[in-house]
Design a protein around this ligand. Structure first.
Ligand SMILES: [Zn+2]
Length: 628
């Protein structure tokens, strides 16, 4: 469906979370997510103090009251005592700080002269300490997208949380590899007025982050939250959109949902419904389903409620394949952990017969205009669930759209997650000193800000003489600044670009973890080549191995790989043999046969000895043959 967004009063704001590849924020561990078996496992129970609990929203508090056990997995060589909260945080990561300064300067935001790390209470166990460290860096910036100014409200540097590996009713298993990865939180004002504009702004923010060369790549490394509202609707936060291409569709679906709910409210008002109409009695229905074919009701505790005059409206579609009943079910799911509910607009179905529906109608005293909802499970949970349904229906009558936080689903729909938490209570982080920002550092950074994509294209095409294809790819590469640096040091632009683009793509096909390859690793590798520790032809082979073990120091990798280890006497023997076999060719072509024999020599010696050395040896041997 097409909407007139201006008439609807559509307002969208974006909150982008970008992980940085700079090492962790408060320790020296690497920013690497691992799939191999963890070798550290420990268990924690969190015990926030009463004053802390006051600032926590209801859903989180409910989870906490259920006393979940939290199990943490770590790695001896890539997580440390800081992630385990057994050691205070180290000084803030300078490179992460520099990167967030660059981002702030790129959007002309005002950086505070003193930065104060704060603690934000988190009780879902995703932070071993029970809080997330967060530092407000800058405010009041702007980005220009298609000639329109979008205000940047805040730029924050914070630490990412642990990631969930398994979630059970009684315990959650977290992995510490993600905990402490620096995150830039970039928030725009609600200046966006169309779904397409939302996507463009998200792309521009992504580009700003990537141009620093320090943005982590790969699934989950950038997460977008959308704030969407229309006139007479409400501000709704859609959390965790991972696919940039879905952003416009997500906004459209939220508009659709808000319009549908406003229509629903209008119909409820036309039916002259008032809130107290929904104070229905919660009635036990278990006995009706003792012999039922429906497996979620048979021999279970079942309760139900009548929803006055809502017949037909519970089944109203609010998003493709989502009905008002699905909305109620997702509230129940979030507040009680129950899988869902059954409503009269979808019955008979799921094994519930026409006859059973009639019996429920009669027990609940429903007229032909009334709807009903049934829930099965433990009695106490069911009562919570049905009360949540009643509350939600009343809110829909009252407001139409409820201001809340919703989970972005993969199909671009969304489901209820929790009420919007009033800005979480924060306390100063007493383990860290305030950070003074030096004007001098900012001025230095300003002089060397990453080029824009457009500036990169101009430079790469006209000065570096890259092909259009290479330039286009290079401008978006995380290694663009490394590339520019190498070219300024005198390296051939096309050679370096091919290595960083096609070379790395080739490595990825061979199984390399190319997201792990940092500029620092590349710099070390170039340095090693310059010092003749490895040869140019094996640089990519090295990267392949190194990307899988990025924690290994390069010198250890060199000795482990045994590359370049063959001594020249051994190599000389092999080359002598090659030359011997092609004696006739050499006599005919003289020194021109060097290039012909180089291929064969490389085939046998590649990776074992430096290419330059092979060439030297080959020339020497050919000379010998020619003298004969
Ligand atoms: Zn650590």
């Amino acid at each position: 469906m097409e909407y007139d967004y201006f008439k609807l009063g559509l307002k969208v704001g974006l909150e982008v979370h970008q992980q940085l590849d700079t090492g962790k924020l408060f320790c020296s561990c690497p920013c690497i997510l691992r799939e191999d078996a963890p070798n550290i496992i420990f268990e924690r129970n969190l015990r926030p103090t009463a004053s802390e609990l006051n600032s926590i929203d209801e859903a989180a508090l409910n989870e906490f009251k259920k006393r979940k056990k939290f199990i943490y997995q770590g790695y001896a060589d890539s997580t440390c005592l800081v992630e385990a909260d057994c050691e205070p945080p180290h000084e803030i990561n300078k490179l992460a700080l520099k990167t967030v300064f660059e981002v702030a300067l790129m959007v002309n935001a005002k950086i505070f002269s003193e930065l104060i790390p704060m603690r934000k209470i988190v009780i879902d166990g995703s932070n071993t300490s029970g809080f997330q460290r967060t530092t407000l860096i800058a405010q009041n910036g702007e980005i220009i997208v298609n000639g329109k100014k979008i205000r940047v409200e805040a730029i924050v540097l914070e630490e990412d949380a642990s990631r969930i590996i398994e979630k059970h009713p009684e315990k959650i298993i977290y992995r510490l590899d993600r905990l402490g990865i620096p995150l830039i939180e970039f928030t725009t004002a609600p200046d966006i007025n169309s779904p397409e504009e939302a996507k463009l702004v998200a792309k521009e923010i992504g580009s700003i982050m990537r141009r620093t060369g320090k943005a982590k790549r790969g699934l989950g490394s950038i997460r977008q939250d959308l704030n969407v509202s229309i006139e007479n609707g409400a501000r709704v936060e859609l959390k965790g959109v991972q696919d940039l291409e879905l952003i416009d569709e997500m906004v459209k679906r939220e508009i659709q949902r808000q319009i549908a709910l406003l229509e629903l409210r209008k119909e409820m008002i036309e039916k002259k419904l008032i809130k107290t109409d929904f104070d229905s009695e919660i009635i036990e229905l278990s006995s009706l389903f003792n012999e039922s074919e429906c497996k979620f009701l048979k021999e279970k505790t079942v309760f139900g409620i009548k929803l006055k005059k809502l017949k037909g409206l519970i089944g109203k579609e609010v998003q493709p394949k989502r009905r008002f009943g699905t909305e109620l079910a997702s509230v129940v799911k979030a507040k009680t952990g129950l899988k869902g509910l059954l409503h009269s607009d979808e019955l008979p179905a799921y094994g519930v017969t026409e006859k059973e529906v009639k019996e429920v109608n009669s027990l609940l005293e429903c007229t032909h205009e009334d709807a009903f909802i049934m829930v099965s499970g433990e009695k106490e949970t069911i009562l919570t669930a049905l009360n949540a349904v009643i509350e939600r229906v009343k809110l829909t009558l009252d407001k139409g759209v409820v201001s809340e936080t919703r989970n972005a689903l993969e199909d671009a729909n969304s489901e209820y997650l929790r009420s919007i938490s009033s800005s979480a209570r924060m306390y100063p982080e007493t383990d860290l000193l305030p950070i003074n920002v030096e004007e001098k550092q900012l001025n230095e950074l300003k002089k060397n800000l990453p080029l824009t994509e457009k500036q990169r294209m101009e430079l790469y095409l006209s000065e570096f003489k890259l092909s259009e294809k290479l330039a286009n790819q290079m401008k978006l590469s995380n290694h663009a600044r490394f590339f520019e640096k190498k070219v300024s040091e005198g390296f051939n632009a096309t050679m370096i670009a091919s290595l960083l683009l096609d070379g790395l793509i080739g490595l990825k096909r061979k199984g390399a973890e190319t997201d792990n390859i940092s500029d620092k690793m590349l710099e070390e590798l170039f340095e090693a080549e310059k010092n003749n520790l490895i040869s140019k032809d094996v640089m990519l082979d090295f990267l392949l191995e190194w990307s899988k073990n990025p924690l290994l120091p390069l010198n250890e990798l060199i000795s482990k790989q045994g590359l370049n280890s063959m001594d020249s006497i051994e190599a000389e023997k092999i080359i002598k043999k090659i030359v011997e076999e092609k004696k006739d060719l050499i006599k005919q072509n003289g020194m021109r046969s060097v290039s012909a024999l180089m291929g064969e020599a490389m085939k046998q010696l590649k990776g074992k000895i430096d290419g330059k050395k092979i060439n030297e040896l080959l020339k020497k041997e050919i000379n010998e043959v020619m003298k004969q």
